[in-house]
Every structure is written in structure tokens, then in C-alpha cells.
Design a protein around this ligand. Structure first.
Ligand code: PHE
Ligand code: ZN
Length: 877
């Protein structure tokens, strides 16, 4: 235990900065263990502030000297920063500090990765580079001079001048310090250019280590598409002469939107058909877009303080999801996003780490880059757009960019543009930002048959094409919704939230009698009636997943089968299939004498064989809910999940399906075979996704024969890897050989070797997963300092649900051991991974006791980081 308890920061305590910055000049003399950073900063009093106290953040810095207006001063220095007596009016601050990038394993501030210098400053790491008011509401233009003998030296903005051993950059756009970036190294570039809508030519580069040059083309195309899309859809033009992307191997997150100099985890930008899967390509396209879109939503308009993080992240995730929908398939993107939301955000929102989309307090802001801020934040924007309509949304965004360009803004500012454009009162809507927890939505239906005393409803009767004569009657169908959000940490009672509920009504023969209609629910309990019907319709509820809620409705199997066959909304049709799968597995879990629901499997076969449907969509229909999702589902129903039982039940379902469909598999495989050269586009990826599902079924029957053939002949990583997965699963006898062959083929490619580490752990049987992970930590290629490799090994263990939750606790203990080791080197990645324990109260008392003791072991580590202390504390609370 530490003696000084960590400080909690509150949104309500926000005060404007006492001093503003007019401009910043930085000089870096790079050296691995002794980089010298000199800063010259023009400070002016902030007219909006009341206090005049001068405080600069600074951590782990060796202060060499400092001056105010040229006179040497002696500030008071603490571990968090410094204070100093300063003039009343504007003055110039100069300081020189020394830092050691080579020993910086936290990967925050200036550090080294594979011989290159790079930076990561969001959220609060600029203070590890020099003394500065390191808060997003202090914005300034930066001029940066880099001195080193490395061939490439980059910073934000435009290049100004360069010579032997130095380069100078100037960023004219004022920005907060978290968007500062510097890169220097022996790099090569993949160049291109883009002409903006006003005809300006922008130089584009992706900078990589020399061996990676062949992996840049796809990222570059994605960048150009993103630039074009943001012009066409949001009217946003790029605003510098140059846009640089750099790939680094050691990075805590996916990528970072530094102004004009985006820095990417190499896994989020480098791709080639031989080394990357379709899923990698799609993710890269989305992350490139995301970081590029931040140039307007994040950089030109930034956040006033870190509580407003969702202002930039929720909106930018929403924008990148729109981009992916436009580039690929909108229904497939929506379903994939919902799967992801349920897998990551729902457990967070329903457990000890639950927090509002806009949190109200934190100890370590790094711990709030969460699925709630990002993905629920994006869902909230989707709801807002659904409620106000597309046209008002577009006008609101125009106003947002116009009114707040150059600002450090808040959620209040964001909502105000919508209020001003629509005249709507968004007070209740704002609860989506302040109330945590996933709302539960109960639905009941009521049918009042034809009332002979009433004439048929006019507008429906007026339509002579009314299908099946369901319309034009006098019956009334009523849906009654009840919303309730269970208590979450710090929030016992919740007020009703505005829920946009998209519904459609179908006739019993599958025609749409009421097309998608948006119901706006504002009360705790509310009814909506549809009249003029002759027969009771079948409801299709929460179309497009119009609100991020748990829908509680026990529809009959017949109704779900009907929707699977007929629903005109692709999301709810998929949801029906998901519900049937869930119900079948739940049935078998609660009554072991029950096998898989064969009626559902037959019906599903019919849909999956429909060649009119997009193969990617059919692959999604085929995917059973994962084990973790099943554990969550059981928990939601008050049943304690048994990880081993979930695993074997799910396997039994997959096996039964493969056997039942055996005769159809060759035809399906043939239908989705791709003969054209590899392209990572939606069409081919969809076919390969369905092909992989078919290969899994085939492998269960032929023990890997087909998979072995695919493994030997594949010319792309997607198919090589899916074949290897099947061989690990179903060909126990030979799998070691295939694993060796794969390693020999790819040992020089780190990103592929990450996959090699990951697959062996994620595909291990539950009894072997912990040993597999432990064995791999002893492999010479295991590198504790590389977050990708750590996640590929220990993160993969946590993803293997039954393996991680092995009853003897071996999985928990192994992970805790490694988290304790990693904390000393890299608190941010350690803290993030602690969240795999967040759902621990779902499980039985024995498992809970094991998890608790491991969490306590982590908490007791001497000098535990603030990041991890906060996470473990919240999980145990
Ligand atoms: N702001 C980055 C993004 O969303 C994520 C990030 C946060 C990266 C913190 C590094 C550190 O694109
Ligand atoms: Zn982002």
C-alpha cells in the first residue's frame, strides 16, 4: 500500500487556466539516454480566469535551467510540476530539461521503438517531455526544431527548413499539447498526394522501417478515401500542406491523431495480402479513417477537459462507422458493431467499472479510454441523429464546425447546436451522457381485434395495395414498453431516458404492414398503438439496434423463426437468428437432456443457402454467440454461468450443425470460392468469411483434411490462418507440425508472429490454454515490453473464456503474475488488461475467491502504478 492516496479529479471542479499560451518553440537535441529539450513559451494572462497562480505540469524531468524574460529563476519543483513567481502581464518562459527516451518503457512521452524516436502525449504525457500547462484548453501554435544525425525528422504541421543534422517544423493551427508529436529515425516513405476540394495539393506519406515498404499501399488508399469522404459527407477539407503517418512497433493503443503527424501501432496500418487477414484490412481502413477524421473532430475542435473525451471520441467513432458503412456493407457493419458493443461495452456498463459516457471523476484519465466513452459515445450520437433526422443532423454539424472551430468545447456546446438547429429541448437526452448502466427494455403487446362499430382507418384503406388485407381494418395493436436501468457504481436511481425505438410490423405472410417507424419513448412506461389493422401483426422491434439497450422479450420460437425467414430489416432478422441460437444453448445448459434445437438449425440452413443474400451477412447469421456472451446472458437471467458447461454446450451445437448440414457443405464451399486475385474488399472478404465458417464445419467431419489442403495452398493470410485454426482445433495429431511450419515461414514478420502467438492460446482447449500461454511466455520471441506481443499471449488467454476461467485458477494466477511484472514497465497497458477481471462477480463463489485473491495480490505489489491501483480498486469495490 502506498502512503499517499491518489488524488481524484472532478468535473465539477473545472476552472479556466490562469495563463494562456501565445506560441511555443521547442528544440530537441536527441540522444537515447540524455535528450535535451529546450522550450520557449509566450504566456499571457487569461482574461476569463480569476486566479493568477503559475503552475506547469512536469513529470520525470531533469530540470537543467529556466528563465523568465531572460532572467534565471528558481522555481519550486514537485513530482507533478513546478510553480514560480511570475510577472503580472505577458512574459516569456524558457526552460531546458533532460529526458531518457531509451529507458522509457511506459511508451508515454518521448520513447524509442526499434531504434526510432517517437512520442505519445495523449492524454497527459506531454508533461514527460517538458514543463508546460498540459491541459487541452490551453492551445497554441508550435514551432519545433529537431537535431540528430538520423535521416528522417518529423513533427506537426508543415516543414519549414532543414539542413545537415536538423529539421524545423511549424504548425500554424493552435493545438493542445496532447496533439504534439515528434518522430526521428531511419525511415522510408510511401509517398502520394491528394488534391483537396478547393484545389490545394497535399503531400501524403506513410513512414515505415525499410523492410515494411511493401505494406503501405492499402493504408494510403484508405487515407485518400477518408479525405475524400470527409469532404463529400461532412464538407471538411484538410488544412496543412502535408499529412504524415508513421508506423511504430511499440504502441499502447491503436493509433494517435497528432496534428498532421498521425502515429500508428504498426498493426493498425501495415498490411499485405500474404501477411494480413481480411479483418486486419478492414480494421486498418477504419483506424486510418478514424485518426484522419479527428483532424476536425478532436483537433480543430478539441475538448475543454478530459471529462469531455466522448466529444471527440464518440463523434469520431460514429463518423468512422458511417465511413465503413459507405465503403462496405451497412448492415454487416451495423451487426458487427452491435456484436462488439455487447461483447465489450455491455459487460463494462453492467459491472464495477460502469461509468457515464461523460465521467464525473477519475484518478487516472488513461483508464477512461473505454468502450463506454468510445462505442456507447458513438451510439448516443446515432440516437441523436435518429431523433432529429438526417437533415437536421447535417445542419447541426455545419453549425458545430462553424461555431466551435478553434475551441476547446464541451458536451453542452455540442448539444446546444442541436437545440439551436431543431428547437428541441435536449435536457432529457443529456441523461445519456450522465447516467451509467445499460437500460433494460421490457415489451408487452396487446391486440384488440376489429371493432365493427368503427369504420376502417382511412389512410390505410386508401391504399389499394394493402398487403394481405391486414391494413384497412379496425383492429388495434399496442406495444407497451417499460424501461429500467439497474443501479451502477455511484448511481442508485435512474431517471427515464429518451429511447428511439424503431419498429416495423409484418403480416403473417411476411409483408410489411407498417414500415420502419421511430417511436420516441420518454416515460418509464409508455404505450404506442397502431390501428387500422385486420389481423394481429408480428412485431419487428428495435430495428437497426436503434438504442443501446437490453431488450427483454420472450418471443416464441415460432415468431423468431418467422422473423428469421421474413424480416425485412437485416438487423432484426439477424437478431432473430441470434435469439434462436441463444435460446437453444440456454435450453441445453439448463436441461442437459436437451440437444440443439433442430428446427432452428433447419431454418437457418435454408437462409444460409440463399444465394441472394450477401455472404458476409450469411456468415454473421451463422456465428453462434461466444462463450463470454453466453456467460453474460446467463448472468442477466440470474443464473451463475459454468464456463466448462458453456464451452461444451457450444461445441455440441457446432458439432450437431456440422453433421446436420454435412451434405450442403461442398456446395456452399464451391459457391464462395474466390478465383480472382486477392482483394481485401467487402465482396471477397464476405465470401472468405462464409468460407471459413464452412471450413470449420467440414473440418469437424474430415478431421482437418480440407483445412490441410487450404493451409498448403493458400496465397493469402486470411485463408492460411483460418486453415491453421481448424488444424489446431481438429487435427490434434499433426497440429504441432503445422504450427512449426507456420513459424518457420513467418519468423521474420512480427505482425504475423503475433497471430502465431495468439492463435495457439485462443484455440487451445480449456484445459490447455494456461499452459499454452505460459509456454509461449518462455519463447525467445516473447517480449514483455511490446504491447502487441503481450496482448497476443496473455490477452489471448483472457479471451479464451473456459481456459481463463479454469476451475483451479491457473488462468487467473498466470495472468496476475504477468500483470504484476508488466506494471513496473508499462502501467497503461497493464491497467487496461485488468479489465478482463471486471465480470468476476458473475461466477461461482470458488472462482470469485480465486479472482479476488489474485486481484489483491496485484493490489499489494510495491510501487503499484496509479493506473492499476485505480482499476483494481474499482473492480474490487
Ligand atoms: N486518441 C486516440 C484515438 O482514439 C487513442 C489514444 C489514446 C491513443 C491515448 C494513445 C493514447 O484515436
Ligand atoms: Zn479517437
Amino acid at each position: 500500500m502506498k502512503d499517499s492516496s491518489p488524488q481524484t479529479i472532478y468535473l465539477k471542479d473545472y476552472t479556466p487556466p490562469a495563463w494562456l499560451v501565445e506560441d511555443v518553440h521547442l528544440t530537441f537535441r536527441l540522444a537515447p539516454r540524455a535528450t535535451r529539450v529546450t522550450s520557449r513559451v509566450r504566456f499571457v494572462p487569461n482574461p476569463e480566469a480569476t486566479a493568477r497562480e503559475f503552475f506547469l505540469h512536469g513529470e520525470e524531468l531533469k530540470l537543467i535551467s529556466c528563465h523568465i524574460d531572460g532572467r534565471s529563476v528558481t522555481p519550486e519543483v514537485t513530482p507533478e510540476g513546478l510553480t514560480c513567481d511570475v510577472p503580472d502581464g505577458p512574459f516569456t518562459w524558457e526552460a531546458e530539461v533532460e529526458i531518457s527516451p531509451e529507458t522509457n518503457t511506459a511508451l508515454e512521452g518521448l520513447y524509442m521503438s526499434s531504434g526510432m524516436y517517437c512520442t505519445q502525449c495523449e492524454a497527459e504525457s506531454f508533461r514527460k517531455i517538458t514543463y508546460y500547462p498540459d491541459r487541452p484548453d490551453v492551445m497554441a501554435p508550435f514551432t519545433v526544431r529537431i537535431e540528430s544525425d538520423l535521416p528522417v525528422m518529423l513533427s506537426n504541421g508543415n516543414p519549414v527548413a532543414q539542413g545537415q543534422g536538423w529539421a524545423e517544423w511549424h504548425d500554424p493551427w493552435k493545438k493542445p499539447s496532447y496533439l504534439f508529436a515528434l518522430v526521428a529515425g531511419n525511415l522510408v516513405n510511401h509517398p502520394d498526394s491528394f488534391t483537396t476540394m478547393s484545389g490545394r495539393e497535399v503531400e501524403l506519406n506513410i513512414w515505415v522501417r525499410p523492410g515494411d515498404l511493401h505494406k503501405c499501399a492499402f493504408g494510403m488508399e484508405a487515407l485518400k478515401k477518408s479525405m475524400k469522404w470527409d469532404e463529400e459527407v461532412y464538407g471538411r477539407e484538410y488544412d496543412l500542406d502535408i499529412f504524415n503517418i508513421v508506423a511504430v512497433d511499440d504502441f499502447n493503443m491503436g493509433a494517435m491523431e497528432n496534428k498532421g503527424l498521425n502515429i500508428f501501432n504498426s498493426s493498425a496500418v501495415l498490411a499485405s495480402p500474404e501477411t494480413s487477414t481480411d479483418a486486419n484490412f478492414e480494421r486498418i481502413e477504419a483506424i486510418i479513417a478514424h485518426e484522419y477524421f479527428h483532424n476536425w473532430t478532436g483537433n480543430r475542435i478539441t475538448c475543454r477537459d478530459w471529462f469531455q473525451l466522448c466529444l471527440k471520441e464518440g463523434l469520431t467513432v460514429y463518423r468512422d462507422s458511417q465511413f465503413t458503412s459507405d465503403m462496405r456493407s451497412a448492415p454487416v457493419k451495423r451487426i458487427s458493431d452491435v456484436i462488439d458493443l455487447r461483447a465489450r461495452q455491455f459487460p463494462e456498463d453492467q459491472g464495477p467499472l460502469s461509468h457515464p459516457v461523460r465521467p464525473e471523476s477519475f484518478q487516472e484519465i488513461n483508464n477512461f479510454y473505454t468502450a463506454t466513452v468510445y462505442e456507447k459515445g458513438a451510439e448516443v450520437i446515432g440516437m441523436l441523429k435518429r431523433l432529429v433526422g438526417d437533415e437536421a443532423y447535417a445542419r447541426a454539424l455545419d453549425l458545430y464546425f462553424e461555431r466551435h472551430d478553434g475551441d476547446a468545447a464541451t458536451i453542452e456546446d455540442w448539444l446546444k447546436v442541436f437545440e439551436d438547429v431543431t428547437d428541441r429541448d435536449l435536457t432529457q437526452f443529456k441523461r445519456w451522457y450522465s447516467q451509467s448502466g445499460t437500460p433494460r427494455l421490457k415489451v408487452t403487446e396487446e391486440w384488440t381485434p376489429a371493432d365493427a362499430s368503427r369504420p376502417p382507418s382511412r389512410d390505410l384503406a386508401a391504399n389499394p395495395e394493402a398487403p394481405d388485407q391486414v391494413r384497412g381494418g379496425t383492429g388495434t395493436y399496442t406495444l407497451t414498453f417499460e424501461q429500467h436501468t439497474p443501479p451502477t457504481p455511484g448511481q442508485r436511481d435512474k431517471a427515464p431516458q429518451v429511447l428511439p425505438i424503431a419498429v416495423g410490423l409484418l403480416t403473417p405472410n411476411g409483408d410489411e404492414v407498417v414500415p420502419t417507424t421511430l417511436l420516441e419513448m420518454t416515460e418509464a412506461k409508455q404505450s404506442f398503438s397502431f390501428d387500422g389493422l385486420t389481423r394481429k401483426p408480428v412485431p419487428s422491434l428495435l430495428r437497426g439496434f436503434s438504442a443501446p439497450v437490453v431488450l427483454e422479450r420472450e418471443a416464441s420460437r415460432e415468431e423468431r423463426l418467422f422473423l428469421l425467414a421474413h424480416d425485412t430489416d437485416s438487423f432484426t432478422r439477424w437478431e432473430a437468428s441470434r435469439d434462436l441460437a441463444r435460446a437453444s444453448m440456454l435450453g441445453a445448459l439448463t436441461d442437459p437432456s436437451k440437444g440443439p434445437d433442430r428446427t432452428w438449425l433447419e431454418a437457418l440452413r435454408g437462409v444460409v443457402r440463399d444465394t441472394e443474400l450477401d455472404p458476409a451477412y450469411r456468415a454473421l447469421l451463422l456465428a453462434l454467440p461466444g462463450e463470454n456472451e453466453m456467460a453474460q446472458t446467463l448472468h442477466e437471467r440470474g443464473i451463475t454461468p459454468d464456463p466448462e458447461a458453456i464451452h461444451s454446450t457450444r461445441q455440441a451445437h457446432l458439432q450437431a450443425r456440422a453433421e446436420l448440414w454435412q451434405a450442403n457443405l461442398p456446395i456452399l464451399a464451391e459457391e464462395v470460392a474466390v478465383t480472382a486475385p486477392y482483394r481485401p474488399d467487402a465482396e471477397q472478404s464476405g465470401k472468405r468469411a462464409l468460407g471459413a465458417a464452412v471450413l470449420d464445419m467440414q473440418s469437424r467431419i474430415d478431421w482437418g483434411k480440407t483445412a490441410a489442403r487450404q493451409f498448403e495452398t493458400a496465397d493469402n493470410m486470411t485463408q492460411q490462418l483460418s486453415a491453421l485454426a481448424c488444424l489446431i482445433r481438429y487435427d490434434a495429431k499433426n497440429s504441432a507440425r503445422y504450427i512449426r511450419d507456420f513459424y518457420d515461414q513467418w519468423k521474420d514478420d512480427r505482425l504475423v508472429i503475433d497471430k502465431w502467438f495468439m492463435l495457439q492460446v485462443s484455440e487451445a482447449t480449456p484445459d490447455r490454454a494456461a499452459e499454452a500461454a505460459e509456454g509461449l511466455t518462455q519463447h525467445p520471441d516473447f517480449d514483455l515490453k511490446n504491447p502487441n506481443r503481450f496482448r497476443a499471449t496473455l490477452g489471448a488467454l483472457a479471451m479464451n473464456h473456459a481456459g481463463f476461467h479454469r476451475a483451479d485458477g491457473a488462468g487467473y494466477a498466470l495472468l496476475a503474475d504477468w500483470l504484476i511484472r508488466l506494471d513496473t514497465l508499462n502501467p497503461q497497458t497493464t491497467a487496461r488488461m485488468c479489465s478482463v477481471f471486471q465480470a468476476w462477480r458473475r461466477y461461482d463463489a470458488d472462482r470469485q475467491a480465486l479472482i479476488r485473491s489474485n486481484l489483491e495480490r496485484i493490489a499489494a505489489k510495491p510501487d503499484l502504478s496509479r493506473d492499476v491501483a485505480e482499476m483494481v480498486g474499482r473492480i474490487l469495490a
